[in-house]
Design a protein around this ligand. Structure first.
Ligand SMILES: Nc1ncnc2c1ncn2[C@@H]1O[C@H](COP(=O)(O)OP(=O)(O)OP(=O)(O)O)[C@@H](O)[C@H]1O
Ligand SMILES: [Mg+2]
Length: 149
């Protein structure tokens, strides 16, 4: 893995999280490795823990994690008040990459803070090369988070 700091928090590129708290702790540990302009693509099936992970990111950055929810009608949320702004997107309902531009997608990607994109894998070709892909999977009652190279 390119970043040795991340390798420390995700040994061999993965973390097995037995509980929601573990998932939030994984986000907390990763956040310490992230600076401005970090983009995270959060991939994996429904209920795999992507939103839970974003709550952990918000908490780690000093934003209010209680504000973090699954964006239902609003596809993009911004959280301020922390070390870095956090932008949280959920592209589950977006059907075509042509629908991204009207949302201001490129402006968000070019912004200062950390951008966490649930279902980002649907539009992988629209994401910049420095995007960190995190793939979530359900492992029994726990969740596995794997960083894709
Ligand atoms: N280890 C774990 N980490 C995260 N969530 C867990 C874990 N174990 C159980 N859960 C449960 O799994 C669900 C994860 O929900 P979450 O909204 O984070 O999923 P999601 O990946 O965002 O789904 P969606 O694609 O529908 O947005 C929650 O109900 C949570 O309580
Ligand atoms: Mg979600």
């Amino acid at each position: 893995m390119a970043n040795p700091q991340i390798e420390k928090t995700f040994p061999r590129g993965e973390r097995l999280c037995a509980t929601e708290e573990d998932t939030q702790q994984a986000a907390h540990d990763l956040a310490a490795c992230l600076g401005t302009h970090a983009i995270l693509s959060l991939e994996g099936p429904m209920g795999a823990g992507k939103t839970c992970f974003v709550k952990g990111l918000a908490k780690a950055l000093g934003c209010d994690p209680r504000e973090v929810s699954s964006p239902t009608f609003t596809l993009i949320h911004e959280y301020h008040g922390g070390r870095l702004p956090l932008v949280h997107m959920d592209l589950y309902r977006i059907e075509s990459s042509a629908d991204l531009a009207p949302l201001g997608f490129d402006d968000y990607l070019a912004g200062e803070g950390i951008v966490a994109i649930e279902w980002g894998g649907k539009f992988a070709e629209e994401l910049p090369p420095h995007t960190l892909r995190l793939v979530f999977s359900i492992e029994g009652s726990g969740r596995l988070i794997q960083i894709q190279p």
